[in-house]
Write a protein that binds this ligand. Structure first.
Ligand code: PHE
Length: 370
């Protein structure tokens, strides 16, 4: 009895002393499953950003609730509903894979909950949505980065590899093709893979027979690593170029020597980071994780800080409409990944980089401005 009365008394004290509210941000990530590296690296970055700042201007504190969707569309949607209905979050951050963000977006839209995806690049994620915004560039931009880089470095013919199960890959393939043809490149063919495939013998044989200057691989890292290995084993010499979905340590771990020379467009490379914001993030990241700061974590940090900035512009930071309006209004936001401007579609206009696997590491090649 005595114990209970003590608890009640201290709770009453807290209430009477502080008017600060707790503002909740719900996060949906693939922390487990085949694309777990997407979720884990996002979460790493989020932790850094949270440690750096989790109090709003008015004294309210921010709480993050992270749910694992195991990389599954249906679970991504379920997690989003739960965060909005049960946890009463003010905003949603996530997902990584475009297909999963596309399963979440209609829920955010219907419930008028601001959603920011830090990493989903397919244009359809935000298309026609008022409540969905992103912290990353879109696939027509990165497809053009890859196509132009390839063509301008003497790779004038290509075979495209498309993962038919991923909206992301379908979108990057389309974007690459369009930009490459425009530049003067020639597409010699296209091979189809499906997420989860392990045997790419048929596809690499086709690539070998077409003998392109370059292979435009538009899928994710698990298939990239296996495919590039199998391609080298049958004697495909052409380099691979891909998008943001391939630059993960697994590419090197599983791809081994075969992954050397794999080029890809990406959101960030710490070697090219010059802003104060980026330097502080990179330093904190090194201190905590003892490894280079990856682009995924940096994007998650940026999305989180864009949300906090929008919240700080509202007298009531739990007012979803106000937060959304200000999020959509983000202009000249200095993020870890660069300067971010949100356009009328909710897409981020910002620069990208090209990286390459060199001596078992991800090395920076160049920056491309919008
Ligand atoms: N852009 C990818 C998608 O839309 C996700 C991704 C982003 C993967 C950044 C890796 C790094 O599906």
């Amino acid at each position: 009895m005595k114990k209970i009365s003590t608890i009640v008394a201290s709770a009453a004290l807290i209430v009477s002393m502080s008017y600060a509210k707790e503002i909740k941000i719900g996060v949906v990530l693939p922390l487990t499953g085949p694309l777990a590296a997407f979720g884990q690296t996002s979460n790493d970055g989020l932790k850094i950003a949270y440690a750096q700042r989790h109090t709003l201007k008015n004294g309210d504190t921010v709480k993050i609730i992270v749910l694992d969707d195991r990389g599954d569309k249906v679970e991504a949607a379920t997690a989003t509903r739960r965060l909005i209905d049960k946890n009463k979050v003010t905003a949603i951050l996530g997902e990584v894979a475009s297909s999963n963000s596309m399963a979440m977006a209609p829920i955010a839209e219907r419930s008028k909950t601001p959603m920011i995806t830090h990493a989903s690049t397919n244009p359809r994620v935000t298309k026609g949505k008022k409540f969905v915004t992103r912290a990353c560039f879109i696939d027509p931009f990165q497809g053009a980065i890859q196509a132009n880089y390839a063509y301008d470095h003497g790779y004038k013919t290509a075979v495209i590899v498309t993962d038919a199960k991923q909206d992301y890959s379908v979108g990057v393939s389309k974007a690459f093709k369009k930009a490459y043809l425009k530049r003067g490149g020639k597409i010699l063919g296209r091979v189809i893979i499906n997420s989860g495939d392990k045997d790419f013998n048929a596809q690499v044989s086709t690539i070998k027979s077409k003998n392109p200057n370059i292979v435009a691989f538009t899928g994710y890292y698990p298939e990239a690593a296996l495919m590039v290995r199998q391609a080298r084993a049958v004697g495909v010499k052409a380099p691979f170029i891909g998008g943001d979905g391939v630059g993960f340590p697994e590419l090197i771990k599983i791809g081994g020597k075969a992954a050397e020379g794999f080029m890809y467009s990406d959101h960030f490379n710490e070697a090219a980071a010059t802003s104060k914001v980026a330097k502080a993030y990179v330093a904190a990241f090194h201190k905590k994780y003892h490894k280079p700061a990856d682009s995924m974590g940096a994007l998650a940090a940026d999305a989180y800080n864009m949300l906090l900035n929008a919240m700080n512009k509202c007298s009531d930071p739990s007012d979803k409409i106000c937060v959304n309006t200000n999020l959509r209004d983000t202009k000249n936001f200095q993020g870890v990944t660069g300067l971010i401007n949100i356009d009328k579609n909710g897409d981020a206009i910002k620069s990208g980089v090209v990286n390459v696997v060199k001596d078992g590491k991800f090395a920076y090649l160049t920056t491309v401005n919008p």
